[in-house]
Design a protein around this ligand. Sequence first.
Ligand SMILES: [Zn+2]
Length: 499
Amino acid sequence: MNRADRIEKNLLNYLKEITHTGTELERNNENFFKKWFDSIPYLNRNPELCGFYDIEKDCLKRRIPWALLKGQGNRTIVMLHHTDTVDIDDFGKYKEYAYKPSELEELFLEGKVELDEATRKDLNSGEWLFGRGVSDMKGGGCIHLSLFEEYSLREEFSGNILLIGVPDEENLSAGMRSAVNLLRDLKEKHGLEYVLLLNVEPHDRIDENNITIYDGSVGKIMPIFLVRGKLAHVGQIYKGLNPVNLLSAIVRKTELNPEFIEKAGNTVTPPPAWLYFKDRKDVYDVSLPLLAGGYMSVLSLNKPPKEILDRLKAISEEAFKEVISDMELSYEKYRSLTDMDYGEMDWKPNVKYYGEIYNEILEEKGELFKKEIAEFQKELEEKIDKGELTRIDGAYHLMEKTLEYYSDLSPVVVIALAPPYYPSTNNAMLDSGREINELIFELDKYARKQTGNGIYTQNYFTGISDLSYAMFTANKENIDYIQDNMLFWGICIIYHLIP
Ligand SMILES: [Zn+2]
C-alpha cells in the first residue's frame, strides 16, 4: 500500500474512535492505538517501546499513547499530535455522518446541506475528505503514523523517532502538560537528545501554492479582576461606590486597547478582549452590588506576563481616579441642589495584585490563614473536578474568600491570573534556532522541486496550541510572579513546577 493510502486507512479507523475533548470519550484513543501498536512488527518485537502514559491526577483518566523507534545514536525527533476533537453539535441532524467521510461527501453532493462557494469547489474537486477531526487533527496524526511505519521497516537509520498523541488539546492541554513528564522519563531511560519537535496541526495558507509552517506559538494570559466597592442603598448612593461603575471604566480603557497589539517577526496579535463581566450578586435588592468581576484574554508574543499585568494595573489605577473624580462632580451638583449631605467623599484609588493581598494577610494573620485558604482551595478543586463548579466561579470564590480575611475594607481592585496560561514560544528562543531555520530552507527547496509548493514561515501560530508547553524560557522573576498571582497554582489539577 502506498503512503497516501496508508494515511487514509489509518485515518478512517482513527475517526471511528470518538474522542470529544474534555469527556470520558477521550479514552477511546486507546482503542485505536492498541490496534495500531499491534499492527507494527517492530513494536511487537519491542513491546517496552510503546504504551500509554497516565495523565497526572486526571479525573477523566485519560492516557497518552506513545511509541519510540530506535535507530542509531541519541538524536531524537518527536512527532506530536492531539488525539481529541471538538464535539459534533454543529452537525445538527446529520451527526451520524460526522465520522464517515464518504457518506458525508455523498450527502453534500446530494445538495441536502447548504455549502458556501469555497467548500462547494473543494467538494466538486473530489480531492478533499470531510468529517470531524479529519483536518484537526487525526489526519495530521496519521501522517506521522505512516512515517513511523515506514522507518520501522528500515534495518538501520540515524536517530530516533518518538511518536506522541496528547489528549485535551482543545480544552486545557492536560495531555501536553503531562507529556512533559513522559518526555523527561524517556529521555533519562533511553539517553535521548531531543533535537526537533514536529506538530501536525492544520494550517492556513496565504495562497494556494505556499504551505505555511509556524515556528512559534502565541502566548495567552487571562487576567481576572475582582472589584470590591462599598455597599449603599440606592437612595443614599453617594455613601457607596459601585464596583460595576469601576469595572466598566477598566473594561472601557482596556478592551481593544491598541497599546497591547504586539508584532514579532511577521506575526501581529489581536488586541485584548473581555470575555466575562458580571456583578457577584445572587439576589435582587435595592443596594449597590458589593462585588463585580470580569476576565479578559490577552495574546502576547515577546512581552512577558509581568509587563502586561503591570500595564493593566496602571490603567486600572487611572480608571479608579477617573471614577472618583466623576463621582465627586456628580456629588457637587447634587449638593448644590439640596440640603442633603452624606459627608465628604474620600475614596482613594487602590489596585492590588492577588499575590500582594495574600502576602499582606499572611503577614497579619499568619499560618492559620495559609492553612484555611489551602483547604478552601482544595474543596473548590474537588467541586471543579466533579463538574459542580466552573473553573471561573471557583476562581472568584477563592478571591472573595481571601478578601474576607483582609482587614482593609475600603474599595479595591484585585488582579490575578486565571488558568489556562499559555506561554509564548518561538524556535528563535532555542540554541538550535539557526539550525532549524536552515532545515526549513532546505525543506522549502525540496518542496518546490517535488510538489511545486513553497514553504512560508509564519513566526507564531495565533490559534493557541499545546506547543506553548513544549519549551519555556521565562526568567525567574516572571515565574515567581506567575506563581504568586495564578489562582489554583500548586495544588493539583492545574499547574505546578516539574521537579
Ligand atoms: Zn488542533
